[in-house]
Design a protein around this ligand. Sequence first.
Ligand code: HEM
Ligand code: MTE
Ligand code: MO
Length: 467
Amino acid sequence: QESPRIYTKEEVSSHTSPETGIWVTLGYEVFDVTEFVGLHPGGPSKLMLAAGGPLEPFWALYAVHNQSHVRELLAQYKIGELNPEEKVPSTLETSDPYADDPIRHPALKVNSQRPFNAEPPPELLTENYITPNPIFFTRNHLPVPNLDPDTYRLHVVGGPGSKSLSLSLDDLYKFPKHEITVTLQCAGNRRSEMSQVKEVKGLEWRTGAISTARWAGARLCDVLAQAGHKLCETEAHVCFEGLDSDPTGTTYGASIPLARAMDPEAEVLLAYEMNGQPLPRDHGFPVRVVVPGVVGARHVKWLGRVSVETEESYSHWQRRDYKGFSPSVDWDTVDFDSAPSIQELPVQSAITEPQDGETVESGEVTIKGYAWSGGGRAVIRVDVSLDGGLTWQAAELNGEEQRPRKAWAWRLWQLQATVPAGQKELNIICKAVDDSYNVQPDTVAPIWNLRGVLSTAWHRVHVHVAS
Ligand code: HEM
Ligand code: MTE
Ligand code: MO
């Protein structure tokens, strides 16, 4: 057994480019990961943040690395060890970036603890038309910042010819208060069904990465108008930056087209209230963007900066994620620049009761669920089948009646159906239709995509009937 080559931390820190080689450390061990950078599932740029130094502070942020297959992969690139004379980087040195995250409701089904990602269980999701704040699904990419409402400032940078604003919460309260009911859905909702077809990269959301709240705040168009911004003809975007960041200062960001931001009818909000309460920390305290009818990823939380730009946000989550591709595109062939960022979402519905694998009573069965479409398109019908799609019945739509072209919120639906005598099992399906007569695709495979987004196939639940 040869003794390992010994390096100093300084030597390691000079290996941060393809020319010198890209080195990282974990504990005492030194790795040359030059060949791996382009293959990193989290993207080369993320890995490069750790180039020349310890992985610990970054891996503390992404628990996905606490798996043996990740450690084994890294072991292949080992080239030596750090000089034991030098002080060793210990995890104690790095304070836990998530230590200050808020306490969560125990009913939430947690998909990832760090960053925190969780959904309400189906049996709670459609109990209320308005989702109670403590069980509203949570999708965080980073630790939750702890912001002081007294010193909070929102920086607004208008386009050419306009002025910059620095707004306190009190300044925001002075704009007309606008309140609307809006459903927020993550692009990854129902991803777990897609990963049953073929592996996808992402959190295994079931049917609960969707929730509905009453949001109140200032309209973005009013705030941009105060900055002196006028809608111009040129194509432009409003970029949002969150105050949540990783140890290198990379913040969450996203953008929407300027035309949507400036359209008073689009009702884009800088929201400071959720269901009559100040925003909970997990949902963006003190201010978040709410973009009705648009994918969750653009509803930037812990909003620090709004700016009018000629280009879309350069954020990873705008340009290198939250896009759809053909089933034939894989991680070797994907060209993120070739597809537009997801904005308005397609029509969606799912069954929340009964659940897959349950046993239901013979005689009568109650089937419940939700239905929603993006872009303000109203759900006009939900069809339910008990026999795998041979025959259909229309469900009863409940919840708020929706305004034409401004149907921002879901409908809950239910169907009381007779179980045919002698039936031992039911293949229950739901599918929704919106007011543009958009429908959901019947199966998942043709819409499978490598990132597992836009999973909107007919929802299918198989149950047994008690005899
Ligand atoms: C995912 C390895 C450095 C951020 C992954 C996965 C592997 C991996 C194998 C996929 C895990 C799975 O899905 O089971 C490595 C190695 C690294 C490294 C060997 C160093 C040599 C980093 C750094 C960061 C990072 C420094 C952040 C600054 C991420 C993220 C994902 C990920 C965000 C999840 C991507 C997704 O959402 O699918 N990494 N990683 N990684 N990594 Fe790393
Ligand atoms: N905003 C910031 N600052 N950081 C984030 O991680 N996640 C986005 C969006 N806004 C995110 C963010 C995503 S992908 C979604 S789906 C929604 O927030 C989720 O909002 P919620 O946690 O309030 O349900
Ligand atoms: Mo999301």
